[in-house]
Write a protein that binds this ligand. Structure first.
Ligand code: SAH
Ligand code: SF4
Length: 373
């Protein structure tokens, strides 16, 4: 299997060119062709030497990911299930909001962290994604939008799909460098947000050698016992250790840190949770994003009532916090993180031989209508 060209950062490409005896200046031209002009066939690169073109045709793969399924929600959210070279699949979701179109990318196939509320956790960790597989989620979706919409353009990226990005540190670092590279896609630092469940050693490293991007911490409770029940990672990296690491993130560069707070009925939505959260966070340095729990078939938790969600929001605002509610997007197309992939894995398990997937009765109608064979 050839290595993907999209695994190479600009510096990797330059080093490779030097190693192979080509001019390092070719790196700028190649990144320009591939990321700015969307020309993925080296034969068409006019200002690159013939020998260099032949080397890349021979040794590197330029293909995009295969879209196994895509669905468009009533609210404009587009969800994609994409397949990689080894046949593994992950989800990636394009979410429109105001003047933005944000792509939520996956960082791993499955996840090892095992949060008790998360659908992806039920899949365990299959493997890390390569840098190319992260970059290609973006390129594949943008290509789909070029071909199927009147000019929709992805503007932002969040690492909030399947997987824990900091568990796949080095590959996510490379993917981030590729997204930011001025010679290539040139996305701004403020347009990328990394969300983590709180892997303390990696957060400490972030401050030193990860490109500057927005940071979101999945907090979900300011009380150790409740957080441990939701996120087993809290047994090892509890709130004291987590906040010890967060303090090392240079705030100037990162502006404020966003804290994601899942609201689960009767679990972390009580007065004592409000008080603990307000005590733990500094209202000037933090933003709180409340996420009403997204129920899925078989989930053991429930979403609080709308009144309860507003009550929680009110209390945080009264205490001086910048606090917002993340509205659920694309709920008519299996929005809960990891849910789509699981449904498809079931389909594949049920019928390995047929070219048409067996339609399970519990797959929603919108998914059924959109099944591609
Ligand atoms: N592993 C990283 C990033 C991926 S999860 C992390 O945990 O931060 C991205 C966000 O989706 C997290 O804040 C997570 O708590 C949230 N999430 C997971 N399952 C959810 C569900 N069923 N309903 C709502 N949000 C969920
Ligand atoms: Fe992994 Fe994030 Fe899901 Fe937890 S919430 S299991 S860290 S993907």
């Amino acid at each position: 299997m050839k290595q993907s060209f999209f695994d190479l950062t600009y510096d990797d490409l330059k080093a490779l060119l030097i190693e192979k005896g080509f001019s390092p200046f070719g790196a700028t031209q190649m990144f320009n062709w591939v990321y700015k002009k969307w020309v993925h066939d080296p034969n068409e690169w006019s200002n690159v030497s013939k020998a260099a073109k032949e080397f890349f045709i021979e040794n590197y793969d330029f293909s995009l990911l295969k879209i196994v399924w895509s669905g468009l929600s009533k609210d404009g959210t587009r969800k994609f299930l994409v397949k990689m070279q080894d046949g593994q699949t992950v989800e990636t979701v394009a979410i429109p909001a105001r003047d933005r179109l944000t792509l939520c990318v996956s960082s791993q196939v499955g996840c090892a962290v095992g949060c008790t509320f998360c659908h992806t956790a039920t899949q365990g960790l299959k493997r890390h994604l390569k840098p190319s597989e992260v970059v290609l989620q973006y390129l594949t979706v943008q290509k789909f939008l070029n071909d199927n919409t009147s000019g929709d353009k992805l503007t932002n990226i969040v690492y909030m799909g399947q997987g824990e990005p900091l568990h796949n540190y080095e590959n996510m670092k490379k993917a981030t460098e590729i997204f930011l590279c001025q010679q290539g896609l040139g996305l701004g630092q403020r347009r990328i947000t990394l969300s983590t469940s709180g892997m303390v050693p990696a957060i400490e490293k972030l401050a030193i050698d990860f490109p500057t991007v927005n940071i979101a911490i999945s907090l979900h409770s300011a009380r150790n016992d409740v957080r441990t029940a939701l996120m087993p990672i809290n047994k090892v990296y509890d709130l004291e250790r987590l906040f010890g690491a967060i303090k090392k993130i240079p705030l100037k560069a990162h502006r404020r840190i966003t804290y994601e707070y899942l609201l689960i009925d009767g679990m972390n939505d009580q007065m004592e949770d409000v008080v603990a959260l307000a005590e733990l966070l500094n209202s000037k340095e933090s933003k709180i994003n409340l996420i009403p729990f997204n129920e899925y078939p078989g989930s053991e938790y429930k979403r609080p009532s709308e009144e309860k969600i507003m009550w929680f929001l009110d209390h945080m605002i009264k205490r001086g916090f910048t606090c917002t509610i993340r509205t659920t997007k694309g709920s008519d197309i299996l929005a809960a993180c990891g849910q789509l992939k699981s449904e498809f894995d079931k389909v594949n398990v049920w019928d390995n031989n047929s070219s048409r997937p067996v339609i399970l009765p519990n797959i929603s109608r919108s998914v059924r209508q959109n099944l591609q064979t």
